[in-house]
Design a protein around this ligand. Structure first.
Ligand SMILES: Nc1ncnc2c1ncn2[C@@H]1O[C@H](COP(=O)(O)OP(=O)(O)O)[C@@H](O)[C@H]1O
Ligand SMILES: [Mg+2]
Length: 368
């Protein structure tokens, strides 16, 4: 298969644009509604922490990473996974959060550019596994996208030759900041990025993390918390088929864009529901924590624990004064008797106990 030849963005024809107007309208409406919902969410950093993590887990899962959200949270609480490969999965998932935070920090002082893209790539691929994948560097060799059918690896797509990348990426970066309608621009930015496949690995994860970054930078969202990977993972075959069809089907780019706009519309609705159900659970836990613990530390404890889901007593970060250790232990035991927290792992020797909030974890398990 000969390497594909990239066209400069925006690629869509005038008729394509016209035919996409209804899908554009729906995507913008639903996105605006979700953004409005975010604005009314109290304590949104805290409440959205689980959703952020879920996005990182699902974005990695699309390409076969197996670790679950609970395993990541348990790891952060100090529980080591049994197998080394699982630990690498977890590290890659945690890289997502560092990359997103770095991007938001850097965007405060300058617009998105290819240097930031390289930096994000090096953060995402920071692991034992990523070392030989040229983290932080555009590729200087041909790559292939394969798929395994009946145990045989088959090449499905051959991205453009590497010597053409510099020019295509300049066009890509310029188009990122162009004046075209934002949601369509985002659809094209993602697809062209995957088409160019500028890195040896990590193109999928990097392409997906750009979605909340772009939305935030262009004012579609007030915070980088748009989680598309749930939809993409659910419709993974369609996602891949549409990417495959970009260069080969007559309406490939138009059809991809429509698929992507629908994904945004649908996921925006789900994100609203998720934000609502987290808020509902938080409010209910708050009442019950206060009732059971009867202490001024009840809500600070809930807040500190909510962010981690799994935690050791010493890991909790307190906004105001921290309770003494005996007070905290007594409170945890009372909450445990009321089934509000549970001990995930008891203490043994120098290993501290790990606690968790089962209802919070269940909220995400049942959604998966
Ligand atoms: N035919 C295709 N054309 C363009 N991009 C594709 C195609 N098939 C899959 N992709 C994209 O390539 C990604 C996988 O590339 P890879 O560099 O291994 O990323 P990662 O390591 O993050 O999974 C998929 O998640 C998808 O976004
Ligand atoms: Mg990969």
């Amino acid at each position: 298969m000969k390497p594909a030849i990239a066209k400069p963005l925006p690629i869509l024809t005038k008729d394509d644009w016209l035919s996409l107007i209804p899908a554009m309208g729906r995507a913008n409406r639903n996105l605006a509604e979700y953004n409005g919902r975010l604005g009314r969410l109290p304590n949104s950093d805290l409440l959205l922490a689980p959703l952020r993590l879920q996005e990182a887990v699902l974005s990695s899962r699309i390409e076969g990473t197996l670790a679950t959200m609970s395993e990541v949270l348990q790891f952060e609480a100090g529980e080591l996974p049994e197998r080394e490969s699982r630990r690498e999965d977890i590290e890659e998932i945690l890289n997502y959060r560092v990359a997103l935070d770095t991007a938001m920090q850097e965007l405060k002082s300058r617009p998105f550019n290819l240097n930031l893209l390289l930096k994000l790539h090096s953060i995402l691929l920071k692991s034992v596994r990523g070392q030989n994948k040229a983290p932080g560097e555009f590729r200087r060799q041909q790559n292939y996208i394969g798929s395994r059918i009946g145990g045989v690896e088959r090449i499905r797509f051959t991205p453009p030759v590497w010597s053409s990348l510099a020019k295509s990426l300049d066009n890509w970066e310029a188009y990122y900041h162009s004046q075209d309608e934002a949601v369509v621009r985002l659809a094209l930015i993602h697809a062209q990025f995957e088409f160019l496949h500028p890195f040896l690995d990590g193109n999928g994860r990097l392409g997906r993390i750009l979605i909340p970054i772009f939305m935030c930078e262009h004012g579609l969202l007030s915070q980088p918390t748009f989680y598309l990977s749930e939809y993409i993972e659910e419709y993974r075959d369609d996602y891949i088929d549409h990417l495959n069809a970009l260069g080969t089907s007559k309406n490939g780019w138009r059809d991809w864009t429509e698929f992507f706009l629908t994904a945004i519309s649908e996921q925006a609705k789900r994100n609203i529901e998720k934000a609502d159900s987290i808020l509902l659970l938080y409010e209910s836990l708050k009442q019950r924590f206060i009732q059971a613990a009867g202490s001024k530390y009840a809500v600070p404890l809930l807040d500190a624990a909510f962010e981690r889901q799994y935690f050791q007593a010493a890991q909790l970060e307190w906004k105001g004064n921290a309770p003494s250790k005996p007070t905290l232990m007594k409170m945890l035991q009372t909450l445990e008797r009321n089934n509000l927290v549970q001990m995930y792992r008891g203490d043994a020797g120098r290993r501290a106990a790990i606690w968790w909030i089962p209802e919070l974890t269940t909220l995400f398990d049942s959604k998966r």
